[in-house]
Design a protein around this ligand. Structure first.
Ligand code: CAA
Length: 293
């Protein structure tokens, strides 16, 4: 059962150390969010190069903040001093909450959750930032489904305020409350939602993004024309710019999950989305997607 969302949430379970699993765009952003808010962060990647990559990305982001006058060198050292990178999942043993941000693939997530169940201390919260997979399925492979919850950050995580907090029928009320309190403590806006594919935002956003690609394919409108039109409505980015920020591989995986869950044939991934992924044009992270960077 969910906690009463009308009252301000409190830290029903104390959080001092946050664990993050993953070294991609989302994981790096999430590590940055927690470290900037004063939490000690232990993050785990599959190789030293990937662990170093997170540090490099965060350092670059902090340097940008310094150049904009939002941070000083002491502040940067403080944030970096809170980070511990490791290639060993065992390093997560003392974390009060672990947020996983690894590949958007259910089998890979299930393998991780089995391992987190073995490694993490009793009472630790096990959170996933999956954008469309089932939280209940992740919970079911652990011996502690009450401690498992969705904590869906948006890209770029350091900037976007929204976090969808996704509970299953088994998530404990104090886990839900603690995670919402944690979101507020790191300057985020938690929105509670149920465990359905795409939660709220992606269930609405991805059919729109897919339709933008189809409009381009069918009507011969250029990417720039469609992007410009949508930005002129007040959106910060056009659909193709946003696809490149999210990552076209991630977008394709989300589309496929939505189709599998809801079966709307109209949601079949647009051909060009499949093509850019097959060509390795994944978006900003590969310097080329729908646009070139
Ligand atoms: N890390 C840290 N800070 C960043 C950043 C990053 N990656 N990107 C931008 N910023 C900061 C900048 O430093 C800047 O800060 P100040 O204004 O305080 O100096 C601020 O954010 C604005 O950045 P810019 O001026 O460079 O650029 P902008 O005004 O064009 O804004 C944007 C960039 C915030 C990304 C904006 O374009 C935007 O909101 N885009 C939409 C993003 C969006 O919708 N994301 C959700 C995607 S869906 C998703 O993520 C779900 C999923 O499951 C896939």
């Amino acid at each position: 059962p969910n906690a009463d969302t009308s009252a301000a949430p409190s830290f029903a379970r104390p959080i001092a150390t946050v664990g993050v699993v993953g070294t991609g765009t989302m994981a790096s952003g999430i590590v940055e969010v927690f470290a900037k808010s004063g939490y000690d962060v232990v993050y785990v990647g599959r190789g030293q190069d990937k662990v170093d990559g997170v540090l490099a990305r965060i350092t670059k982001s902090l340097d940008k903040a310094i150049s904009r006058g939002k941070l000083d060198e002491d502040g940067k050292s403080d944030v970096l001093g809170r980070l511990t990178g490791s290639t060993e999942r065992e390093a997560l043993g003392d974390a009060d909450i672990v947020v996983e941000a690894i590949a958007e693939d259910l089998d890979i997530k299930l393998e991780l959750f089995r391992d987190l169940d073995r490694i993490c201390k009793p009472g630790a919260i096990l959170a996933t930032t999956t954008s469309s997979l089932s939280i209940a399925q992740c919970a079911a492979v652990t011996s502690r489904p009450a401690d498992v919850i969705g904590m869906h950050f948006f890209n770029p995580a350091p900037v976007m305020k929204l976090v969808e907090v996704v509970t299953t029928d088994e998530t404990a009320a104090d886990v839900d409350e603690t995670v919402r309190a944690l979101c507020l403590a790191v300057g985020k806006h938690p929105v509670s939602c149920g465990d359905r594919a795409g939660f709220i935002v992606n269930a609405l956003l991805f059919p729109y993004l897919n339709d933008a690609i189809r409009l381009h394919e069918a009507e011969g409108l250029s990417l720039a024309e469609i992007d410009d039109a949508m930005k002129a409505t007040g959106l910060p980015m056009g659909p193709f710019e946003l696809l490149d920020v999210v990552g076209n591989d991630v977008s394709l995986a989300i589309q496929q999950t939505l189709i599998g869950a809801f079966g709307h044939q109209g949601w079949q991934p647009a051909r060009t989305l499949e093509k850019v992924v097959a060509d390795g044009k994944l978006g900003r992270k590969t310097k080329e997607g729908f646009h070139t960077y």
